[in-house]
Design a protein around this ligand. Structure first.
Ligand code: AMP
Ligand code: MG
Length: 407
């Protein structure tokens, strides 16, 4: 059986990024992946400006020791520059973000100045050249790369592009992801449950977890436990999907037809991982699509999606998936574990005594979505350990409580 780390590496290495590129409005580009480097078309800030409210002066001209009497000769406010030149014992009233006047090289803070009537002020300290002045291009110089090809465009990157006046960006086209669930026992939420039925939550969870990934999802609904229906659905999905995700039907039960169907019409790379939850995970190719058959238990579906499918989707989208963030935390209670497979338990990390403490969220059955209630991390239980003891330091993988995905 592959280790989870080896499986992840193998999956990401086997993925071919999609080729399509499109130019879209920066405002619409959240969560997309840059298809090309974007350079700053201007210096940012575009002019020398004041970092504070105060008085622009020519510090180089002020040689006398404090207190220094100065004459106010004009004003520069944000968006309203002054054409007045400043020299000698002159000062120009200036506000944060306003353009520095010609001749000025420093700003004296408003709170370090006394107005003594008329246009006269007294500065209590001698200004240093450069103080409280933002140089042109000090955030970024014109021509410098602000977004690199393969970067995920988050709100910060988009804000920076916008600050540089970049209204359009070149992004990789969305990855087309087909999602289906398998199982004769499944019913749709809203319908009454028949005997032996349960609601299909996996397809729902997968589609929601993908919501802010750069994907165009295709909901293929539920499939019965039937080999022909499974093959037909896979062929249909492979016609235009880049990634196909199925839930259920990948273990070795009599009703598990997904692996066989993939072997029939595509290729199966591997189907077992030394992981709990999530031992049966079928990974392969159907046509041009990467196929992931996730184990049906709801927690297993989610954990394997987070660990293996998200990086595959990001790699397919031309991005560079990162290793999940592992953070040390002190375990609040014992965890029992059988040696052999790495385990990820759901847990809640809290800040305590200047460090992090983590508590598992109750009985960790892989069917129990309750374990995600209040969870903000996955606790890593190493494969070789026969249990962990309260008080020891463990590694946790942080979850975003907004997107639900790993950080
Ligand atoms: P399977 O992997 O198909 O053997 O399913 C393992 C367990 O997960 C069984 O208890 C299934 O009933 C359950 N299961 C499978 N698919 C889903 C689904 N879409 N939503 C909720 N539970 C599921
Ligand atoms: Mg099943």
């Amino acid at each position: 059986m592959l280790s989870p780390d080896a499986a992840r590496q193998r999956i990401v290495a086997a993925v071919e990024p999609v080729a399509g590129v499109e130019t879209i409005s920066t405002a619409e580009a959240l969560g997309r992946i840059a298809a090309a480097d974007a350079r700053a078309p201007i210096d940012l800030p575009p002019f020398r400006s004041s970092a504070m409210d105060g008085y622009a002066v020519c510090a180089a001209d002020i040689v006398a020791p404090a207190p220094i009497e100065l004459t106010v000769v004009g004003q520069s406010a944000a968006g309203h520059p002054s054409s007045q030149r400043v020299a000698g014992q002159q000062a120009l009233r200036i506000f944060t973000g306003a353009m520095m006047p010609a001749g000025a090289d420093a700003v004296v803070l408003q709170e370090d100045v006394e107005r003594i009537g008329g246009d006269a002020i007294v500065a209590n300290e001698r200004p240093r050249p450069g103080q409280h002045v933002r140089l042109r291009g000090h955030d970024v110089a014109r021509g410098a790369i602000i977004v690199s090809r393969g970067d995920l465009l988050n709100a910060y990157a988009l804000a920076w592009l916008t600050a540089c006046g970049v209204a359009q960006v070149e992004v990789v086209r969305r990855v087309r992801v087909a999602v289906f669930a398998t199982g004769d026992e499944l019913a749709d939420p809203g319908a009454a449950l028949g005997p032996g039925q349960i609601y299909d939550s996996n397809r729902f969870a997968l589609l929601r977890l993908m919501r802010d990934l750069p994907v165009a999802p295709r909901d293929m609904g539920r499939l019965p436990d039937d080999p022909d229906a499974t093959r037909r659905a896979l062929k249909d999905a492979a016609r235009d999907a880049d990634v196909i995700i199925g839930s259920g039907g990948v273990s070795v039960g009599d009703a598990d037809f997904v692996k066989a169907a993939v072997e029939d019409i595509g290729t199966l790379d591997f189907w077992r991982i030394a992981l709990k939850p999530g031992k049966p995970l079928a990974v392969g190719k159907v046509g041009g699509a990467d196929f992931f058959g996730l184990p049906g238990n709801p927690v297993s579906t989610i954990v394997t999606f987070l660990l293996f499918v998200v990086p595959a989707i990001l790699a397919r989208a031309g991005g560079a998936p990162k290793e999940p963030l592992r953070v040390p935390a002190k375990l609040a209670q014992d965890i029992s574990h059988t040696r052999g497979r790495r385990e990820y338990q759901r847990g809640q990390v809290v800040a305590e005594d200047g460090g992090l403490v983590v508590v598992p969220t109750g009985d960790q059955g892989s069917n129990r979505l309750a374990t995600f209630a209040g969870a903000n991390c996955l606790i890593e239980v190493p494969a070789h350990r026969a249990g962990l003891a309260a008080g020891e330091t463990v590694q946790v993988l942080m979850l975003s409580t907004d997107s639900g995905r790993l950080l």
